[in-house]
Design a protein around this ligand. Sequence first.
Ligand code: GLA
Length: 389
Amino acid sequence: MISGGNIRNIFAQIFGREAALVARAPGRINLIGEHTDYNGGFVLPAAIEFEIKMAARPAEGSIVRAWSENYNEAFEFDAATALTPPAEPRWYSYLMAVVDQFQQRGFTTPGFEVVIHGDIPPGAGLSSSAAFEVCAAVLLNELCQAGLSLKNLALLAQAAEHSPFVGVRCGIMDQFASALGVENSALQIDCYTLETEAFPFNSAMASIVIINSNKSRELRNSEFNTRRKECEEGLAMLDALCGGNYETLRHVPAEVFARHQHCLPPKIAQRVRHNLTENQRVKDFVEALRRSRWQVAGDLLYQSHASLRDDYEVSCPELDTIVDLAANTGLAYGCRMTGGGFGGCAVALVPPENVAEFSARLAPEYKARTGISPDIYATKAAAGARLER
Ligand code: GLA
């Protein structure tokens, strides 16, 4: 958690005057529903206590002066001109991407000064980039007097991620979780209708434990966009095969897939199967949460991981090791990789009284097997993005 007082002090030191407003946006952990969001499916993330803060003040003219406390670096650009992406993606690419989205929607961005400081581990699959975009969107909403809802700010942030400034064709989960997260709750998102529902998460019964494999991943360079394309191909093939007109993979009935799967190229069939089974697991998980059936919920986490490893092929040896070790401790309800994959974090549900022993056993065993020290944190489901005056 970044202290509001601290970021105001940094602003005063850098710009020699008081900040007028502070925006914050959290990272997220996804409990279940992975790689389903861009296929119109179901996801169940929660906002977490790691976050990004931006302290800002409007300035005369149209120059944006930004200071990144994490990178110890300044950058400025003119918000009145058409923006072009930097040659290499940098921290300020995300800020420019969001300003560009406001411009594209016809809003005039005034000049402003801003200090940016975050504690979300980058490249860990905890949505540091979505939090950056959502935080910038909340800030610009105020600076431009745009009056957009948090939902629309999340959609704008997603458009920023898709734009040439970033270039990842992500789904909506990360930006929605960061913008609309509810304290002590998991947020179910129907990624087709964009409806959300918060489910109270009883932290007295289960702690959310994040295990960072410290194997960093770069979505842009990973196969994320390829997976998305494979799913689109799978949908088009199923439509052609059965004369259906399914809008997304979420609309494909299980029996239709069962009948036609042997006609699909094996990899495409795997990607589709993961989506259909994962959507069902989200529904089952929510039902288990409602009934406080933690062991059922935990088993669904293990099943989700196996599907991501074998059918969707987005895990990696480090994440598989964490999940195996978590199961071997016998101290967790369940564990799975979380986020885009290819490195980053796993999430475990652990009875609160077991958390200390779980971490103490997992960390050295993971280090012994992989040579990497993990970071392990128990977190609470936090509230979504806000503006503080
Ligand atoms: C990344 C994307 C999300 C989602 C996850 C996988 O975090 O940004 O939209 O697709 O991967 O579930």
